[in-house]
Write a protein that binds this ligand. Structure first.
Ligand code: DX5
Ligand code: ZN
Length: 221
């Protein structure tokens, strides 16, 4: 896992007709965590992408020294772990709300050779992770309701980020939703390590410049 603060561009807001080029643009700008948002039309209403797309961009990310950070917004994620690992995922994050078998799925992610993350929705307290946090390399705080890019950052997320930081000092704390040069510094102040940004990067005319602006704002490498 890349150390230090990192901005993780989310390909959800990329131009999928030229996805490879868009990923190359942010890798060239210094991004080393590429965030892949997987949605199943069940846990969240939209259907987005699956292991085929993750696999299609994995080689270029790995060749640049980056990682494929897969965020599974899907019900019963335990059924999909092996496919994402095969596709080249380096970290696989599942939602605490999506399975009664959080411990089993976290260990399945490890057995598949990946780093394990668990995410909580805005309406789920950090305490939902008390029993699993020590087994995770990554804890993700949704700072919008999952399903769509371009939503406004929920301010109550800052206290949850701080609580995650305190809960697991050795884990990567990742924030996801509504991050831009304005909200990113507040999240940084709450102890966040990784800052997912979709529309604030790929929704801009120059994704590389937008990446650099957010990275500078949060003090990322
Ligand atoms: C939302 C996804 C996010 C999304 C963030 O459900 O998990 O990763 O891409 O988009 P922005 O940065 O536009 O809020
Ligand atoms: Zn995400």
């Amino acid at each position: 896992m890349p150390a230090g603060r990192r901005v993780a561009p989310s390909i959800l807001s990329a131009d999928f007709a030229r996805l490879g080029e868009q990923v190359d643009e942010v890798l060239a700008a210094g991004a080393r965590v590429i965030h892949v948002d997987v949605m199943d039309g069940d846990f969240v209403p939209p259907i987005t992408i699956g292991p085929i797309i993750a696999g299609a961009i994995a080689d270029r990310i790995h060749e640049a020294g980056g990682i494929v950070d897969c965020h599974l917004m899907i019900e019963r994620p335990e059924a999909q772990v092996a496919e994402f690992a095969r596709a080249g995922a380096d970290s696989i994050t599942v939602h605490a709300e999506a399975t009664p078998h959080l411990n089993r799925v976290v260990h399945a992610i490890h057995e598949a050779g990946c780093n394990a993350g668990v995410a909580v929705n805005p309406g789920t307290p950090v305490a939902a992770l008390d029993a699993i946090a020590a087994d995770c390399e990554l804890l993700l705080c949704m700072s919008v309701n999952p399903g769509w890019g371009g939503q406004a950052f929920i301010p109550g997320s800052l206290a949850k980020l701080q609580a995650l930081r305190d809960l697991a000092p050795a884990a990567v704390v990742e924030v996801d939703g509504g991050i831009d040069p304005g909200t990113g510094p507040d999240a940084a102040g709450a102890g966040t390590d990784w800052f997912v940004a979709g529309s604030a990067i790929f929704g801009k005319p120059d994704p590389a410049a937008a990446y650099a602006e957010i990275a500078a704002a949060v003090g990322a490498e």
